[in-house]
Ligand binder design. Structure first.
Ligand SMILES: Nc1ncnc2c1ncn2[C@@H]1O[C@H](COP(=O)(O)OP(=O)(O)OP(=O)(O)O)[C@@H](O)[C@H]1O
Ligand SMILES: [Mg+2]
Length: 270
């Protein structure tokens, strides 16, 4: 991939907590790295760090040091499995949960200093629809909404999509079904969501497939490893790889959209 081309920015979200966002973010990052992409994974669950715990990584610095002006973003990068670079969040820091819009903008703009060194940025968002989540989602080009077979997962992702559509004119979302027992269940979940969005909103949802329910994911979480790393032949691992292949073929952005977004300067120069 060209060094000066646009960076692909994919945010992983879902409204509801515990649907598998962090595992999708981690394994998608690793699968893309295995395909030769240079990947940075941002733990955007700023106040309740997830990624470092899930991967058994300890870091001296985290994103709160960048916000406080104590170091640059480059200084907080830690190496994860298969050469992915991780931007760890801080845990239990109230201030990080309620950053003001200026601090969010500063953080998003800070990524520009890394733009020569990466092809893909994966953003693992916190649960919910806080201002922080919304600003990261608006700043990304691709949004993967993770859903699972729980009534609140569908209603929460609908609420998230509705908010982004009504208040911020966003209309394009990719949907990934997680923890499904079959391919049909995944399709069925997607149609549950489109049934409501088509009635009430003007949005375009694209189904990107499903990740099976797989005990190997749980085992890997227990061992603080990524499933793709610990059990590369597990069903879920294969599904994460398929997801990465699809993501790699998504068109890259070419023009700025006129609001705060990651790596905007690469678009202006492209
Ligand atoms: N495909 C899967 N098969 C089996 N279990 C899964 C799968 N995906 C996720 N899980 C289980 O769900 C748990 C929560 O996953 P994860 O931490 O990725 O969710 P999350 O959406 O990031 O949660 P939070 O909202 O708290 O950040 C995992 O610890 C794991 O046990
Ligand atoms: Mg998480």
């Amino acid at each position: 991939m060209a060094n000066s081309g646009p960076v692909q920015v994919i945010a992983v979200t879902g409204g509801k907590g515990g649907v598998g966002k962090s595992n999708v973010s981690i394994n998608l990052s690793i699968a893309l790295a295995e395909m030769g992409r240079r990947v940075v994974l941002l733990d955007a669950d700023l106040g309740l760090a997830n990624i470092d715990v899930l991967l058994g990584i300890t870091s001296k610095r985290n994103i709160s040091d960048v916000i406080n002006g104590d170091c640059s973003l480059r200084d907080v990068l830690v190496e994860g499995p298969h050469g992915i670079k991780i931007v760890p969040a801080s845990s239990g820091t109230q201030k990080m949960v309620s950053l003001n819009p200026l601090e969010h903008a500063g953080l998003i703009n800070a990524f520009s200093e890394l733009s020569q060194d990466l092809d893909v940025l994966i953003v693992d968002t916190a649960a919910g629809i806080s201002d922080g989540v919304v600003s990261f989602l608006r700043a990304a080009q691709e949004i993967i909404v993770v859903v699972c077979d729980e009534p609140t997962s569908i209603t929460d992702s609908y609420a998230l999509i509705k908010l982004l559509n009504r208040d911020y004119d966003m209309y394009r979302f990719r949907v990934l079904a997680n923890m499904v027992k079959s391919q049909e269940e995944g399709r069925h979940l997607f149609s549950k969501l489109t049934n409501v969005t088509e009635r009430f909103l003007d949005v375009a949802l694209q189904y990107v497939g499903c990740i099976p329910y797989d005990e190997a994911v749980k085992k890997a979480v227990q061992r603080q490893r990524a499933v793709l790393d610990a059990y590369p032949r597990a069903k879920a691992s294969l599904a994460y790889k398929t997801l990465a292949q699809k993501a790699d073929s998504w068109p890259l952005p070419s023009t700025p959209r006129g609001h705060l977004e990651f790596f905007v300067e690469r678009l202006v120069h492209a």
